[in-house]
Ligand binder design. Sequence first.
Ligand code: ADP
Ligand code: MG
Length: 343
Amino acid sequence: MAPLILNSLEKRFGSGAPAVRDLSLTVQEGRFLALLGPSGCGKTTVLRMIAGFEQPSDGSILLGERLLADAATMLPPERRNMAMVFQSYALWPHMTVAENVGYPLKVRKVAKEKARQKVREALSAVRLDAYADRRPAALSGGQRQRVALARCLVTEPDVVLLDEPLANLDRHLRQEMEETFREFHARSGATMIYVTHDQSEAMALATDVAVMSEGRLLQMAPPEEIYARPEGLVIGGLVGQGSILSLALPRTSSRSLDWPSLRVALDGSVAEGTEPAHVLVRPQDVLLDDAGLTGRVTSSFFEGERYALRIQLADGQSLRAFSRQPVRQGDAVGVVLQAGWRL
Ligand code: ADP
Ligand code: MG
């Protein structure tokens, strides 16, 4: 196996804005990459180009040294040793679970006994051993999804491509399936590329997150880094439940900010030598303390462990905060911003 390399990838459909533009990234062997971005930003198009269902208009796709596709070259999907799992599972209704999982082996004319063995292993990897003889109609949504995963395991692909595989499932099942995906990744050792518009899903599953917007790659990094050091307003607004404040910061300040500098910026007391900035503040970094800035609670919801608040500051800007103590809408509170990140 080898790294998957996308080089200045571009895809144009007709004359409008390109669906994918100048997208370059490398996925090292065995990594689990989440391709994250809002609907319509080009995620599926990237996946379809990798799989071989769509040809790049420009740029290239390589697996190690091997060129899979560029504007003049197009290796067919079956010669890329990849497997794609679709949102709509695409199981054959007239076949049993075992037959569905074994179908790719039948197409490849793998010997019967060997095929049976591989199907057994794949079903065991997704904990469906007991369901081999059922038909898809007799399974739950989560079980069907696991059949689709097992079917892609049997061919031992170098790269597994998943396009919003959990979008059709309810919340409870999604959490269970996230566990299955993590296990599947650990057991198969395959490189995985997982498309989603759900930031918490991307964070929970992946070893690396690539954030896309309007066909471009904005940032690619491990989840912790995307969360702690997001590059720019789009990612700042997408990842975590932060608030973005507009303020004037001293020109020399670093990207990582703390209370005294944030207080000064919000008080507006340093006019000279300042510049306008956007600062991301996470709710867990907002402390309710009478020594802080004055604010008013504009909404308060009890979430179970805590209250989720929206607080309006004197200058009209609003931010999210948490409180363990009951706080009511309309209450006056003091607000200390313990940490912020300049976007
Ligand atoms: P995402 O998966 O992030 O929601 P897509 O990759 O499906 O985004 O779509 C990106 C853009 O490309 C959209 O504007 C979509 O309308 C356009 N697009 C995708 N596939 C085609 C196609 N086959 N023909 C024309 N336009 C397409
Ligand atoms: Mg899509």
